[in-house]
Design a protein around this ligand. Structure first.
Ligand code: BEZ
Ligand code: FE
Length: 287
């Protein structure tokens, strides 16, 4: 193995990486080599351009911390996260459409009593959120764990505002009742920019793109014998629904936030004063 040039190096590297033990590992290594070599052949970078590409990835790694995942952001902003999502979910059985997890989830939400207020800071209008969780055959799911998280009215998630995971704000988990219902109080979220002060932000600028996501509430729903659902509910009328920086919007996930008078909601919960109501029913695919 010597004297490689543009014509023979790709074949030599492919032969070298075929020695791995698992066939999936070999498939992955071969695809990386084929696509990476084709990318370089197409672009014919100068040495300086290649160093800048390596610097970009190095900086992306350096931006990662306990509260920031710049590589997920990169995957999201290049539409790769939604491509992986599309490959893995077809919603054939009428289950709720899926979308990106995003970088602000963490597995630490407290189980709270149904009806709790999850907004510990006062920005944004009051919002009542309610809905039901069902199986594809229509049966309500009792005891499903509904994890929710969303940004505040200034566009920040709690993890961005404090060290570690000390202050839960607009983030919680609930268990559905015996009719599959969940409900809680929060504050209306606004559209917000993804963190754009790092390498991904610079990339967006170079590409002439804005960094915004339309207003949404994240849901992760887990129940026995069902596929875990990772999705968001988007608010109708948001100016960024058609240009979400991470390509995450699907028609079936957009709902109208309704101005509701004091009184009983569709799911039978009592509002003590007028407020916005977000109602969404989820369908989990069979596991
Ligand atoms: C989010 O909605 O939290 C999010 C998703 C992808 C990238 C950045 C933020
Ligand atoms: Fe989000």
């Amino acid at each position: 193995m010597r004297n490689f040039n543009e014509e023979n190096i790709t074949g030599a590297v492919l032969a070298a990486v075929r020695q791995g033990s698992s066939s999936r590992d070999r498939q992955v290594s071969e695809a990386v080599v084929r696509h990476l070599h084709a990318f370089v052949q197409e672009l014919r970078p100068t040495q300086d351009e290649w160093r800048k590409a390596i610097d970009f990835l190095t900086e992306t790694g350096k931006y990662c911390s306990a509260t920031r995942q710049e590589f997920i952001l990169l995957s999201d902003a290049l539409g790769v996260s939604m491509l992986v999502d599309a490959i893995n979910h077809n919603n054939d059985e009428g289950s709720t459409p899926t979308t990106v997890l995003g970088p602000f989830y963490y597995d630490a939400s407290e189980l709270m009593p149904l009806g709790s207020n999850i907004a510990n800071t006062p920005s944004g209008d009051l919002m009542h959120v309610e809905g039901r969780v069902r199986r594809a055959n229509g049966e309500p799911i009792q005891g499903a764990v509904v994890e929710v998280w969303h940004a505040d009215h200034d566009g920040f998630y709690d993890v961005q505002l404090c060290e570690g995971h000390d202050l839960l704000d607009r983030r919680a988990a609930f268990r559905t009742d015996d009719s599959g219902r969940f409900w809680f109080r929060s504050r209306v979220p606004l559209h917000y920019p993804i963190p754009a002060d790092g390498p991904v932000g610079r990339m967006l600028e170079t590409q002439g793109r804005h960094p915004n996501r339309p207003a949404h509430v994240h849901f992760m729903i887990t129940a026995a014998d069902c596929e875990q659902l990772v999705t968001h509910v988007f608010l109708e009328g948001d100016p960024y629904l058609d240009s979400d920086v991470v390509f995450g919007v699907k028609d079936g996930l957009i709902v109208k936030l309704v101005d509701h008078a004091a009184g009983e909601t569709r799911d039978g919960h009592l509002l003590e004063c007028a407020m916005a109501v977000l109602h969404y029913d989820f369908v989990l695919a069979d596991g």
